[in-house]
Write a protein that binds this ligand. Structure first.
Ligand SMILES: [Zn+2]
Length: 390
């Protein structure tokens, strides 16, 4: 079977949704955060550790696995689940995001995208059909349509053309998709523009995909308001009975704001990337373990956290030592903690939806996480969400 989304409840004051997803590899609840396993591994974690942080689903990157080891090797192994020994659900991206970051504008054509392999410099060509064929062989539970990923600076005119092309590409990909156990998602683009998001959402959902993603919003935290608007302009036109996936977003506040606007799943490399740089997430914000005050601090990262790192009692002093000494265990212990933090956050969000307390939950989160500094953006988004409820 393909996936099945069950909408269990909509929150009273916001667009937040509580749901479950049934897949051939088990059921998980939404909202949910997906850890990213770029090279068919969530960096430094084995699959038991992924179960232990309660990961409901993970993401693997089509571009990287196409180049190395190649989709045929994964296929011969029996598909991604068997290859990496993960018996939970897997989502693959289309490879578009990586390819567009490597391609020159002149190499983007109606047929597909020409770019240089980042490993050996060979010239390669990725088309909507090829992306789907690779994902069919990888055998993920959810595959993504190949979409054009325009730069954040793209004009309204460019974005309009780009949406038209993305819709033509979505149709081409859908035609060659032939894995009966794999869902295929369409992707909604349109930058920060209301008319374009609406148009893209209406036209893409007409194609009747198994679920839908909101693309073109992943950013470095500079344009949060644009991101929230892009979500608000998209979700009202997305079917209620299908899963909604916000691509490449994992800042804790964005999980809350995304949920409030009707998003179900999120992914981001941030928890493992932050860990490699010595950063860890807590209720009271993001901290750097390398800070010298941790040198002789023998307390755990977060005494309320139920992750392996905190339960076992590894101290800040020890983890700081490991990170400073560039020992891989340091990044691993912090990765386990950070991923568990984000997944636990989605568990708390689900509880808030059940109790119809999303607005209160958001307020308390901001107080705890940002403290005196307050929000990293100015407008009152809470009011915007309430007004938008229809
Ligand atoms: Zn922890």
């Amino acid at each position: 079977m393909k996936i099945k989304y069950n909408l269990l409840k909509e929150e009273k004051d916001t667009h937040a949704r509580l749901g479950t997803i049934e897949t051939n590899y088990g059921v998980f609840e939404t909202p949910m955060f997906m850890p990213v396993g770029t090279e068919a591994t969530v960096k430094t974690l084995n699959v038991e550790e992924l179960k232990d942080v309660h990961a409901g689903i993970i993401l693997a990157n089509t571009y990287h696995l196409w180049l190395r080891p190649g989709e045929d090797i994964v296929d011969q192994a029996g598909g991604l689940h068997e290859f990496m020994k993960w018996d939970g659900p897997i989502l693959t991206d289309s490879g578009g995001f990586q390819v567009f970051s490597l391609a020159k504008p002149k190499d983007i054509t109606e047929d597909g995208v020409k770019f240089k392999n980042h490993l050996n410099g060979d010239t390669l060509f990725l088309t909507p059909e090829k992306s789907i064929e690779i994902q069919n062989k990888l055998g993920s539970d959810i595959a993504m349509s190949f979409d054009e990923c325009p730069p954040a600076s793209a004009s309204h005119d460019y974005l309009k053309q780009s949406i038209e092309r993305t819709i033509r590409w979505a149709k081409r990909g859908k035609k060659v998709h032939n894995n009966p156990n794999q869902a295929l998602f369409g992707i909604i683009q349109g930058g920060p523009y209301e008319d374009l998001r609406k148009y893209s959402a209406i036209e893409t959902t007409k194609l009747d995909f198994d679920g839908y993603s909101i693309g073109g919003v992943a950013n470095d935290g500079e344009n949060k308001l644009d991101m929230y608007k892009a979500i608000e302009y998209s979700t009202p036109y997305m079917p209620k009975d299908k899963l909604r996936y916000l691509m490449g977003v994992g800042d804790p506040i964005d999980l809350i704001e995304g949920t409030i606007r009707g998003v179900d799943i999120f992914d981001c490399v941030s928890p493992t990337r932050l860990a490699r740089h010595g950063h860890y997430l807590t209720k009271y914000g993001k901290f750097n373990i390398k800070n010298s005050k941790n040198k002789d601090d023998f307390s755990v990262l977060d005494s309320d956290c139920d992750c392996y790192t905190c339960k076992k009692g590894y101290s800040k002093a020890y983890i700081r030592h490991l990170i400073v000494a560039q020992e891989t265990l340091g990044a691993r212990l912090l990765s386990i903690h950070n991923i568990r933090y984000l997944i636990k956050l989605t568990e708390d969000i689900r509880k808030a939806i059940k109790e119809d307390k999303m607005i209160e939950f958001r307020e308390q989160f901001i107080k705890d996480y940002y403290g005196e500094k307050g929000l990293p953006y100015k407008e009152n988004l809470q009011e915007m969400s309430k007004d938008n409820k229809n």
